[in-house]
Design a protein around this ligand. Sequence first.
Ligand code: NAD
Ligand code: MG
Length: 395
Amino acid sequence: MKLTILGATGSIGVSTLDVVAQHPDRFEVVALSGHRQIEVLAAQCEKFRPAWAVVGSSEDAQRLAVLLRKAGSPTEVLHGEEALIQIASLPEVDAVMAAIVGAAGLKPTLAAARAGKRVLLANKEALVMAGAVFMSEVRCSGASLLPIDSEHNAVFQSMPHNYVGNMGQSGVRRILLTASGGPFRTMPLDQLAHVTPEQAVAHPNWTMGRKISVDSATMMNKGLEVIEAHWLFNAPADRIEVVIHPQSVIHSLVDYEDGSVLAQLGNPDMRTPIAHALAWPERIDSGVAALDLFTIAQLNFERPDLVRFPCLSLAYQALRANDNAAAVLNAANEVAVSAFLGGQLSFLGIADLIAATLDAVPQAAVPDLADVLEADRQGRTTAMKLLERNGGPAR
Ligand code: NAD
Ligand code: MG
């Protein structure tokens, strides 16, 4: 199988290459992309010898080309969004790992869907922003969409094999998305105002990029995942429930009308869903250790506390509001998280900024990509203005 890996230098990209390296007879890397970590990308190109590598800027493209020439690597270096779209739709490529973080991944991920590839979707923000447009591209091109997000991959594995997006017909009552609750699940509420970016990115069970780690601490990650589940499985908001499960061993569950509940379990390691999606419908070794239930001993569950985690309510609200709300929510969240990581916004200010942005942007339909991009632009500019007006950490 010939692969393009978008976001190869990130946490998901590195895990993907780890699985690929274990099966050289099965996978061939045709193209890799990375944004700024040029040395990491150069080392990946030397090892996997792709035909193409894409970076963000022309300066970085030159730096990478020099490094690769020295190493005698045959890889051709390109830069910019058009080049990402190009490597996502190369005719010789079978599958595209969409692992760019945030809205920056939307156009290349959509291009892979349009080109009818097997799309391995980690970039949940693309689906949150442009769910209707994205799913319609998948249907038109006949692309197969395989979720990499551990929860959605677990739901995919627990759904009937012939599931075609009709929960009623398949006897599915609810989708139960599990959530670890992040690093602040039990912290006294009055301390939340003062938590630092370093505390927020220190996830108890998973090692991930900084943006998704902050999203996990606010539980916006689970909110985005509720919207993601809505699009992937055609599930209405009131049939998607979030369950806090601090051990992160059950990755999600499907509750059937007859009382059966099917779940997927495993050690918290993204190489499992990545290997599942790469090899589907076959199974391959991912390098993840076998689950030892005797060591785990206990599995616990709690209802999410919406006072502690207002971002989860905001995401449900955006999903129910329909139209441009999810794209605005996503854009405001990206602005808020980067302001928090940059020290311009407090942790509690994240939810406040998103709520204020959702209130300020008028509702509009988003039938086309242009409308989605406009909603994203409005969400970003509104959030930035509100941030400047507040000047400094809120609360
Ligand atoms: P990361 O920050 O570790 O990596 C992001 C990748 O995107 C890097 O390769 C980076 O170079 C690239 N990138 C960043 N900005 C870019 C831009 N403007 N243009 C082009 N490329 C850009 O992030 P990650 O943790 O690997 O997450 C990637 C995606 O997968 C996110 O959407 C995240 O929500 C999702 N995801 C991650 C995990 C996880 O365990 N890390 C789990 C589930 C879903
Ligand atoms: Mg997840």
